[in-house]
Design a protein around this ligand. Structure first.
Ligand SMILES: Nc1ncnc2c1ncn2[C@@H]1O[C@H](COP(=O)(O)OP(=O)(O)OP(=O)(O)O)[C@@H](O)[C@H]1O
Length: 277
């Protein structure tokens, strides 16, 4: 399958401060790719480098077959970007904002914008200054999607959206992906990754520590064990061979035991801990 994103050995420093180091990953056409990491891990730096919003120090970024450093305009043509801050000129109406965003691309996006506004319940007559954060986020979503881009690139898209709108947002993504688009989104919301993403990359302290399918990550060796041992309730994550655990339990009174797959939160923590060891 064709790669829509290829990031190779991407590094960026902010003066003395660490930005990102040697980040490499690929996203295939038709994937929904989750980008995870705690505050300051380097997600926005990677995304902004992809868009040419910041100049990176070394490495290579190819998007839709174009080099992000040398063919920025071509790259921007194929991307619909939603930044984490939904900032617009406060005096403009939503309709004006959407038209402005389409005009910049020299496209008529009226029909698609109307469809999106209806689904997201956006009243285009309202002024930006009257909108809550959630409603500004919705305007941002329409701006990113109305030109039906090949690559939907979202930086923390759902913060501020109510659960109903989050569902609508992901169903829109799925519709575009079904029509041939690809999506990469950064998020702190692990359930979004579990429910909607095909693959995930986890960043930590400027480095990419794992890239894998969500299914594979969830099916790892780590288990959550709940048991009552010698009258004491225990609840812990177990990463080793289960046979070893059974041997360790010999001679103890086990009155109850439950072995289950950990949640994605635990898988995420597992990778963080593993890196530290
Ligand atoms: N303009 C800047 N000047 C100096 N350092 C910066 C700047 N922007 C980011 N950094 C640093 O680069 C690192 C990566 O930050 P980045 O914003 O990419 O992380 P992030 O994963 O997007 O975090 P968050 O989830 O909080 O948005 C951090 O150590 C951060 O302090």
């Amino acid at each position: 399958m064709k790669n829509v994103i290829e990031v190779k050995n991407l590094s960026k420093r902010y003066g003395k401060h660490r930005g990102i180091e040697q980040v490499s990953f690929e996203v295939k056409k038709g994937e929904i790719f989750g980008f995870l990491g705690s505050n300051g891990a380097g997600k926005s730096t990677t995304i902004r480098s992809m868009l040419g919003l910041i100049r990176y120090d070394s490495g290579e970024i190819i998007i839709c077959g174009h080099d992000a450093a040398k063919e920025r305009e071509e790259v921007l043509k194929c991307i619909g970007y939603m930044p984490s801050e939904a900032w617009f000129y406060p005096g403009m109406t939503i309709k004006d904002v959407l038209k402005f965003a389409a005009d910049v691309r020299k496209l008529d996006c009226t029909r698609e914008a109307e469809k999106l506004c209806e689904k997201l319940q956006v009243d285009t007559r309202r002024k930006i200054s009257e909108l809550s954060l959630g409603n500004r986020k919705k305007v941002s979503i329409v701006c990113a999607m109305q030109h039906k881009p090949k690559l939907l690139l979202f930086d923390e898209p759902t913060s501020g959206l109510d659960p109903l709108m989050q569902n609508t947002f992901f169903s829109l993504i799925r519709d575009y992906v079904a029509e041939g688009a690809t999506c990469m989104l950064s998020t702190h919301v692990l359930s979004e990754v579990r429910n909607y993403c095909d693959r995930v990359a986890i960043m930590k302290e400027g480095k990419l520590i794992v890239t894998d399918t969500v299914t594979h990550l969830m099916a790892g060796k780590t288990k959550r064990i709940k048991m009552v041992r010698d009258g004491r309730k225990l609840d812990f994550l177990y990463k080793d061979d289960l046979n070893k655990l059974y041997r360790e339990l010999e001679g103890h009174d086990i009155s109850d035991i439950l072995i289950e797959e950990p949640g994605i939160e635990e898988v995420f923590m597992h990778y963080y801990e593993k890196e530290e060891n």
